[in-house]
Design a protein around this ligand. Structure first.
Ligand code: PAF
Length: 286
């Protein structure tokens, strides 16, 4: 069932809550792919009812980013959700979410601002304000849907860590369920933004996963010095790539690591042409 208003969601949620059913929320910006499907499958398996939100959230895009050209494929998204057993798809308009004639500046809108230490690094460094927009919209979705569980992909690991922190700091009674990255056979992590890549770009994009897999292999062979691990990346880079960051950080609090351990996440962002791609790997997972 596809709905566009908060009122319709609230009515459904009320009905489910009176029946004592558990609710899972999978927040998305649409253009659903197998990565989203894995989150949906997890929710359908774990919860009595699953809600998928499809909303290209304007306040998490920075000036000059791809808000207007971000892929919007609601018909296909609806089909995928129905086949996967989703109970409710919530696809609001920006007016529905932020009010008619909304002004999206923080002079006029209440924002949820994550701690500076979590956002002054990695993607937050070049996407100033991005995580304010993410935390604000996810908080709104949590209030609208009132789920028991929220499902988020490890592909956006900094986002996941920040949202876990938000839930803890604001005592939000929702459990965040992290879901593993889904990769193409080639190693490329699935992302809605892969739609922007040409076949040639897609080959170039393999540098991200190759760098991460190689770092993990080196770590497993006993190299723990992060500088030494960092150096291994350069043999995979060429003049098609522009490395934005390659960093070793703690899985819970994003502190920088100099010596890698099983609690270390390696984060990478690489630009191929105009497309900025991110990926990460946990050195602790087998
Ligand atoms: O990860 C995303 O797709 C978005 O950041 C989210 C969590 C749906 C919020 O708009």
């Amino acid at each position: 069932m596809l709905v566009h208003t908060i009122k319709e969601v609230r009515e459904k949620v009320k009905e489910w809550k009176t029946q004592g059913l558990t609710i899972g929320l999978v927040p998305t910006m649409g253009a659903l792919h197998a990565g989203h499907k894995s989150l949906i499958d997890k929710s359908v398996e774990k919860c009595d009812k699953t809600v998928v939100s499809v909303f290209v959230n304007p306040i998490q895009f920075c000036p000059g980013e791809d808000l207007d050209k971000y892929p919007r494929t609601l018909d296909e998204d609806e089909r995928l959700c129905n086949e996967a057993g989703v109970d409710l798809i919530f696809a609001p308009s920006p007016n529905e979410m932020y009010g008619q004639g909304h002004i999206l500046s923080n002079d006029f809108l209440t924002y949820v601002i994550p701690p500076y230490f979590y956002v002054d690094k990695l993607c937050g460094k070049s996407r100033v304000g991005h995580f304010d927009g993410v935390c604000t919209v996810v908080n709104k979705l949590f209030n609208i849907v009132q789920p028991d569980f929220g499902f988020f992909g490890e592909k956006d690991r900094q986002q996941l860590i920040i949202l876990k922190k938000m839930v803890k700091d604001l005592n939000i009674p929702i459990q965040i369920i992290p879901c593993p990255i889904v990769r193409e056979e080639s190693g490329l992590a699935l992302s809605s933004r892969n739609k922007y890549l040409s076949e040639e770009d897609k080959k170039e994009a393999l540098a991200l996963s190759k760098i991460l897999f190689n770092i993990k292999a080196c770590y497993q062979k006993g190299i723990t010095d992060c500088n030494a691990l960092y150096e291994t990346a350069f043999s995979y880079l060429n003049n098609h790539h522009s490395l934005e960051y390659l960093e070793f950080r703690d899985a819970e609090n994003l502190e920088e690591k100099t010596i890698a351990d099983n609690n270390t996440i390696v984060f990478i962002a690489l630009k191929i042409g105009n497309v900025r791609l991110i990926d990460n790997i946990s050195l602790g997972d087998l």
